[in-house]
Ligand binder design. Structure first.
Ligand code: MG
Length: 365
């Protein structure tokens, strides 16, 4: 029996994690379920899964992450609220199944150093990093990480079509069903940029040794190239159940959620192409900010998130997200090795500044 808590149990990843746990009833005991707002669903989940306790809102997260009864905590909330609880859990020696992007994008150096210090496993849930995690046997023998990207709904649309895209068109992701923020990020490919930064911290690879390749079918979830030129990839149908189950059951594997066997002949073909950095400049911006390091990625993440929210609210166009984020990054004076307090200060400052820029109507449609 593995004792687990889920932070963000009512979100897309949290709900699917409970579906996995439902299939493996004798493998897990749930200590706590936590969510931000959806009290009704949290109540239903509590009745069904009988955790020892539930937490609504940010307040109680500290309690969960200090509870050493936990063998593992799935951090599946979105946004910066994932960062502090994750660090707390690491400092209590609790393993982490990590689905929260901001944790590494905002504080990768800090989080990985603490994980090393406390001997904690951070197993990624994101399908790409989970794939790489599965492909790496001896990290010292790996030369390059190859991260695949579906390309999102605008892959083969013109730049003009993309500029005038509606929220609805942007949210119509061809392969993955996810939350709204990450779906917009997938349409601009900023999501891939964030994943490159996460991969840099998780696996300790230089940015020049992390490559992005567009693969529209989303069957190869990522790959690694070994020193001798051998490439090992992880394949599977595009379902988040698989990486979630891998992360929370690691290093074991169970049948669990598997519904049918993978068939190469059903897939028939796999396509690949180079990402178009001109059409999707967010990926390049992420590489550039990642290479600068320190607070540069904190700034980029904060500006991007505020701009995505403004796009979802109909205040700006899709193409403005990049323009705004780039402007904020250009004006940011990066801080090297920022402390946790500095990270949150910079995050707050950039968000305010981004909101002001958007409200200044310079970017209004
Ligand atoms: Mg992903």
């Amino acid at each position: 029996m593995r004792k687990i808590s889920i932070i963000g149990s009512t979100g897309s990843i949290g709900r699917q994690a409970l579906e996995v746990i439902e299939k493996l009833p004798d493998k897990f005991e749930i200590i706590a379920l936590a969510c931000g707002h959806n009290a009704e669903l949290l109540k239903q989940q509590a009745e069904k899964f009988k955790p020892r306790y539930t937490v609504l809102g940010e307040e109680g997260l500290e309690k969960i992450c200090s509870d050493k009864e936990n063998d593992i905590i799935l951090v599946a909330c979105s946004g910066k609220i994932g960062l502090k609880p994750t660090l707390k859990a690491i400092r209590n020696g609790i393993d982490i199944a990590l689905a929260n992007k901001e944790t590494l994008v905002m504080a990768g150096d800090l989080v990985m150093a603490e994980a090393k210090k406390y001997g904690v496993n951070i197993v990624p849930v994101d399908s790409e990093h989970c794939a790489i995690h599965q492909c790496i046997k001896d990290i010292n023998q790996v030369d390059k990480l190859i991260i695949t990207a579906s390309g999102g709904p605008f892959l083969h649309k013109s730049t003009d079509e993309m500029k005038s895209a509606t929220v609805e068109q942007t949210l119509a992701h061809p392969r993955w069903n996810m939350g709204k923020k990450i779906t917009v990020d997938s349409a601009t490919l900023m999501n891939k940029g964030l994943e490159v930064i996460e991969a840099h911290y998780l696996f300790g690879f230089d940015y020049d040794n992390i490559e992005v390749v567009v693969h529209p079918q989303s069957i190869i979830h990522s790959a690694v190239e070994y020193k001798d030129g051998s490439v090992i990839a992880q394949l599977g149908l595009p379902s988040m159940h698989i990486p979630i189950q891998y992360a929370i059951t690691y290093p074991e594997r169970f049948e669990g959620i598997k519904s049918k066997s993978f068939s190469f002949s059903d897939i028939a073909r796999l396509d690949f192409e180079k990402p178009d950095f001109e059409k999707f400049p967010s990926v390049k911006l992420a590489y550039d900010m990642g290479k600068i390091g320190g607070s540069a990625t904190v700034c980029m993440n904060a500006a991007n998130e505020e701009a995505v929210m403004a796009f979802l609210a109909g205040e700006i166009k899709l193409c403005n997200i990049y323009e705004i984020t780039k402007k904020m990054c250009d004006e940011h004076e990066p801080v090297k090795n920022p402390s946790l307090d500095e990270i949150f200060e910079i995050d707050k400052f950039v968000r305010e500044k981004t909101k002001n820029l958007i409200q200044s109507h310079k970017f209004v449609i």
